[in-house]
Ligand binder design. Structure first.
Ligand SMILES: NC(=O)c1ccc[n+]([C@@H]2O[C@H](COP(=O)([O-])OP(=O)(O)OC[C@H]3O[C@@H](n4cnc5c(N)ncnc54)[C@H](OP(=O)(O)O)[C@@H]3O)[C@@H](O)[C@H]2O)c1
Length: 328
């Protein structure tokens, strides 16, 4: 199976490295970043491209653009890993739609296009007989979409709630453990590379809300958008509030919750018992599913990271390889 990777940062490089290091029957025929690209129908020497990206900041030839790779490289699956834009979805949305309408499968780690245009993308993919997979968009390495769609096939999913943002979880853990103020914990998260220079999307609950939208539309076929989510962030929480909760055997976590019966999506700081399965430390994510047959299932894992996110993308690629490409 041939793949082209668009976006060669942390996630794109993790995917390339994983494909190089494992015998997956996958060959990379195109790679692009924001300034350059490389196309080779017989397979790209991944080690050389990774070394070039590290030493020169570009993955390929500056005469080759990402659009050249999307439009003309020979691939079965486009792996899309460019930055998220939750207002327009661009440029990812355009790359993805082009690939789908070229009759190619798509795997993406990018929340923007999936949250903004899920119905359009799924419809177009259906019309073209191709697959769109996006496991990495929700909770990084935790295979929540695979678990629901394959492992729990036949179950009615009654509720999903969890910790969908590792940055907020880290900040809350540090405020509870050592009595840091929100500002101190955020600064520490930034220094450790857990928080973006502009942490607004994380701390205001928007990142978690986008993930709820993706899950709601995927699992229940709803047509939700970010405007349908009731959102409260963690940026007004005081250490005193956390200490008071701790004194009573409780703690505070930023919980995202979908209740399909009520049709509600909510992200907010919630007081929960310290022994609750969703109380995980540091940057971990945790999701609790309630299903009619399986009952409760809790999954805990890494919500971000180069190889951790690549794990979700590789799972999607193997799904496509086995069900679509091998059979073709
Ligand atoms: N990092 C994680 O742990 C993680 C986890 C889950 C999901 N995600 C999502 O995965 C995506 C990639 O994340 P990342 O951490 O790998 O980001 P990143 O390190 O910033 O890499 C983004 C890559 O996209 C390239 N790019 C930017 N604009 C482009 C354009 N117009 N056309 C083609 N390429 C373009 C960049 O090029 P240059 O190299 O030239 O700047 C860079 O190679 C994001 O949507 C993110 O939200 C990330």
């Amino acid at each position: 199976m041939k793949v082209a990777i668009i976006g060669f940062g942390s996630v794109g490089q993790g995917v390339a490295e994983s494909i190089q290091n494992k015998d997956l029957g996958i060959m990379i025929t195109g790679i692009a970043d924001s300034k350059s690209g490389v196309i080779a129908g017989s397979g790209i020497p991944v080690g050389e491209v990774l070394a070039k990206k590290q030493s020169q900041g570009v993955c390929g030839d500056t005469d080759v653009s990402a659009w050249d790779v999307v439009k003309s490289a020979d691939y079965d699956v486009l792996v899309e890993c460019t930055p998220t834009d939750i207002t327009t979805g661009k440029p990812a949305l355009e790359y993805i739609r082009y690939a789908i309408n070229r009759g190619r499968h798509v795997v993406t780690s990018n929340k923007g296009p999936v949250a903004l245009a899920y119905k359009t993308l799924i419809t177009e993919a259906g019309e073209q007989g191709v697959c769109l997979r996006y496991e990495a968009t929700v909770c990084g390495a935790i295979p929540i979409i695979h678990t629901i769609q394959e492992g729990l096939a036949g179950n009615d999913i009654l509720k999903i709630y969890g910790i969908f943002n590792g940055t907020c979880n880290y900040i809350l853990t540090r405020m509870a453990e050592d009595g840091l103020t929100y500002e101190q914990a955020l600064l520490e998260a930034r220094e450790l590379g857990y928080a973006e220079a502009d942490p607004t999307y994380d701390v205001k609950g928007i990142d978690a809300a986008i993930k709820l939208v993706i899950l709601a539309n995927t699992v229940w076929g709803l047509d939700k958008s970010i405007d349908d989510v009731e959102i409260t962030g963690i940026d007004n929480l005081t250490p005193e509030a956390l200490q008071l909760a701790e004194k009573h055997g409780r703690t505070i976590r930023l919980i995202g919750e979908i209740d399909p019966a009520k049709g509600t999506l909510r992200v907010s700081p919630r007081i929960i018992p310290q022994e609750h399965p969703l109380v995980v430390d540091g940057t971990l994510n945790a999701v609790l599913l309630e299903a009619d047959m399986a009952d409760g299932i809790t999954m805990i894992g890494r919500g971000a990271g180069s190889i951790e996110t690549a794990s979700a993308i590789i799972g999607d690629l193997i799904f496509i390889r086995d069900r679509y490409v091998k059979a073709a």
